[in-house]
Design a protein around this ligand. Structure first.
Ligand code: PLP
Length: 349
């Protein structure tokens, strides 16, 4: 394949589709959402003189950002080293290597910060050894949220009005960037972040999480808490059941962070029939075919739920959201403000 054809194929996968799910509910359906920040971060680094021809790109990831970087680095002929941990699935690892990336697996968690810290330490060690490297740092690089100006523009131009945006939060880049740019056109936009229990993003204590792709053990600088009107926490069983429901009822084959966002977005849209809600679907279902889409695996994992929870429980303190589906009125506050409010924080309308 020529470079031009490769570029065209990658570019075609970068632009999301707008899919009508209901009278007042749309999906912003990405094949691979992380292609937006991966491309923009590398371009920006090139413009700032941080990324020359032949510079090795080094990043920590066990998910879709790595896949997007592998495509963008193959396109620009940059060597790529991706540092991951044992959670990485074999299918993804093989795709990364097929695209030319070297995958370096950290086997032991750090005493503080677990695998995430151990992976960051390994990235630093690799960069010390190599003469010319660039680290995209998706958790703190401002080019990550900036790359979502394109998504906001697409929504504005095609829908004319957006009242509510619902999406999963990991680095914070997609939700914070899209909401910020959308509010230039629609200042009253309601932004709802979807997280999972035992993620520190919105004030919970760190711990083991079954639902992957959203949530975090560390607080990313790209998470601007003041963008969020409301936060929801969901567990894996709910997210998986909603992912299957989205597939069965709309033929949309997505990953479980999409299912989590769909569960929250469709609930919000039902309760706000006059508002137009958009739900962010970050990736496709291929990686999850042997788990989320396999009934035997769900049953053996104790995650087989015939129907997701019908409605969230409203909590007045993020730490009270321990299991099930919970919501908290974040009210565009900082983390300190929202969590200090504790029991005083009111529920959203
Ligand atoms: C599948 C999936 N969904 C959602 C997210 C969260 O997106 P963001 O990092 O922009 O907050 C990620 C992040 O890696 C992801 O891989």
């Amino acid at each position: 394949m020529t470079v031009g054809a490769f570029a065209d194929a990658v570019e075609a996968q970068r632009i999301p589709a707008l899919v009508r799910l209901d009278t007042n509910l749309y999906a912003l359906a990405y094949r691979l959402m992380k292609l937006l920040p991966a491309k923009h971060i590398l371009r920006q680094a090139g413009a700032e003189g941080l990324l020359g021809a032949g510079t090795t790109v080094v990043e920590t990831t066990s998910g879709t950002f790595g896949l997007a970087l592998a495509m963008q680095c193959a396109l620009r002929a940059h060597p790529l080293v991706l540092v991951s941990d044992p959670v990485i699935d074999d299918g993804l690892r093989r795709r990364l290597e097929d695209l030319g990336a070297r995958v370096d697996i950290v086997t032991e968690p750090a005493a503080h910060g677990g695998f995430q810290t151990a992976r960051l330490d390994r990235v630093a060690a690799i960069r010390d050894r190599l003469p010319d490297t660039f680290c995209p740092r998706q958790y703190e690089n401002p080019a990550n949220p900036q790359s979502y100006a394109l998504a906001a523009e697409l929504l504005r131009d095609h829908l004319g009005q957006v009242d509510c945006l619902v999406g999963p939060v990991g680095s914070g880049g997609s939700m914070c960037g899209t909401a910020r740019y959308l509010r230039e056109a629609f200042p009253d936009l309601v932004a709802i972040g979807v997280d999972t229990h035992r993620s520190v993003l919105f004030g919970q204590r760190d711990g083991h999480r079954t639902l992957r792709g959203l949530g975090n053990s560390l607080l990313p600088a790209n998470l601007d808490h003041t963008q969020f009107d409301e936060v929801h926490w969901l567990g894996a069983a709910d997210a998986y059941a909603s992912t299957r429901r989205l597939h069965r009822s709309r033929a949309l084959f997505t990953g479980p962070t999409s299912g989590a966002a769909y569960q929250v977005g469709s609930w919000w849209a039902r309760h706000h029939p006059d508002a137009l809600t958009v739900v962010v679907l970050p990736d496709e279902g291929h990686r999850y075919q042997d788990t989320v889409y396999r009934d035997e695996w769900l049953a053996a994992s104790g995650l087989a739920v015939t129907a997701p929870a019908p409605a969230p429980v409203t909590v007045t303190d993020p730490r009270a959201a321990e299991k099930g589906w919970s919501r908290f009125a974040w009210q565009r506050r900082s983390l300190a403000e929202a969590t200090a409010g504790g029991a005083l924080a009111g529920a959203a309308s």
